[in-house]
Design a protein around this ligand. Structure first.
Ligand SMILES: [Ca+2]
Ligand SMILES: [Ca+2]
Length: 289
C-alpha cells in the first residue's frame, strides 16, 4: 500500500523533530500580524521562525477558506506540514485546532510512520476515526462523529504522557476517552503533523498547544478525589485526583468534589463555592493518614 495515497489528515504527534524545538504554549491563527504572508510554500518553512514547515508537497497561507479572522493554512493534496515543538517534562498537553478536511474511504496505512501518540483522520462513512493503541489488536476505531468536507471542526486532543492515553473533544464535547497512544513508549510531546489525502486540499486554523485547558472545554461540575490513588489524574471516577487541592482547583464554582473514603494531611482554604461529598465511607481532611 502507498502511504502517501492513503494518509488523509493524520494528526500525528511526537516524532523526531529536533531541528526547531521551541517551548509551549504556542498559539496561531496564521494571521498577518503573526508574520504569515499569503502565498504558496514548500518544501521548508512557512513562516520566518519555522513554527510550521512543509515536509511534503505544498502548503499555502490563504484568505479564501478561513475558520477565524483573516487567514488560514491550506495543505495541498498528499502534502504534509509539521509544527515541531517541545513539551519537555509536561505530563498533560492540550492540542487544539480547527480542521476542514476531505474525508477518505480507507484507513491510512501507518506502517511506515514512526512513533506517534495521537492519530486521527476523517472517514467518508464512519466519520472521525482514531487509532487506538489499546485496542486488541491496535487499530482504527470509530468514535461516532460524522464529518463532511464543507464544515470546520474544532478538535481538541488531551495527551496524557503518564498513562500514554488521549482524550478527544469535538467542539465542546468529550467524544472519546482513554485512547491508547500509537506508540506506548512515547514520553514527551515533540510536535504536530498534518497530512492531507489525495482527495483535495485541507484547511487548518486556530492552532493551540500548551498545558492550560483551552477556554472552550467545559470545567467539570463533578470531580473525584482519592487520596490513595497513584496514576494518571483527570478528576474522573476512573482517573481521580489524589489531593483535595487538585479537586477544588479542577471543579467549576458551585460544583461537587466527591472524595473516596480516606484521610489527607492537607489543610487548605477553599475560596469558591464547592460541595464536598464522601463516597464509600468517611473522608477526613487535615488528618495524617
Ligand atoms: Ca485564522
Ligand atoms: Ca495529583
Amino acid at each position: 500500500m502507498n502511504l502517501m495515497r492513503l494518509c488523509a489528515f493524520v494528526a500525528g504527534i511526537a516524532i523526531s523533530l529536533a531541528a526547531y524545538s521551541q517551548d509551549l504554549p504556542y498559539t496561531t491563527g496564521f494571521e498577518p500580524a503573526e508574520g504569515y504572508i499569503l502565498g504558496v510554500y514548500g518544501p521548508g518553512p512557512i513562516d520566518a521562525t519555522a513554527n510550521w514547515n512543509v515536509e511534503d508537497g505544498t502548503a499555502a497561507i490563504r484568505h479564501t477558506v478561513v475558520y477565524e479572522d483573516l487567514q488560514a493554512l491550506e495543505i495541498g493534496p498528499l502534502s504534509a506540514v509539521d509544527a515541531p515543538r517541545s513539551g519537555g517534562a509536561a505530563q498533560t498537553i492540550w492540542v487544539q485546532g480547527a480542521y476542514r478536511g476531505m474525508p477518505q474511504d480507507e484507513d491510512p496505512d501507518i506502517s511506515g510512520l514512526g512513533p506517534r501518540s495521537a492519530l486521527l483522520y476523517f472517514n467518508t462513512t464512519q466519520g472521525v476515526m482514531v487509532y487506538d493503541g489499546l485496542a486488541d489488536p491496535a487499530d482504527w476505531v470509530e468514535v461516532g462523529a460524522s464529518v463532511n468536507s464543507e464544515s470546520w471542526y474544532l478538535i481538541t486532543i488531551r495527551l496524557d504522557f503518564a498513562s500514554r492515553t488521549w482524550d478527544l473533544y469535538l467542539g465542546d464535547s468529550l467524544i472519546a476517552e482513554g485512547i491508547g497512544f500509537m506508540d506506548p513508549t512515547l514520553s514527551t510531546y515533540n510536535g504536530f503533523r498534518y497530512r492531507a489525502s489525495q482527495n483535495g486540499s485541507d484547511y487548518f486554523d486556530s492552532f493551540y498547544v500548551g498545558l492550560e485547558t483551552p477556554a472552550n472545554i467545559p470545567v467539570p461540575t463533578l470531580v473525584w478525589v482519592d487520596f490513595d490513588y497513584s496514576g494518571a489524574e483527570k478528576g474522573t471516577e476512573s482517573y481521580p485526583y489524589n489531593t483535595l487541592a487538585e479537586g477544588v482547583d479542577g471543579v467549576q464554582a458551585g460544583g461537587t468534589v466527591r472524595i473516596k473514603a480516606g484521610d489527607t494531611a492537607e489543610t487548605l482554604q477553599v475560596t469558591k463555592e464547592v460541595r464536598l461529598e464522601s463516597e464509600g465511607g468517611q473522608a477526613r481532611i487535615g488528618i495524617q493518614p
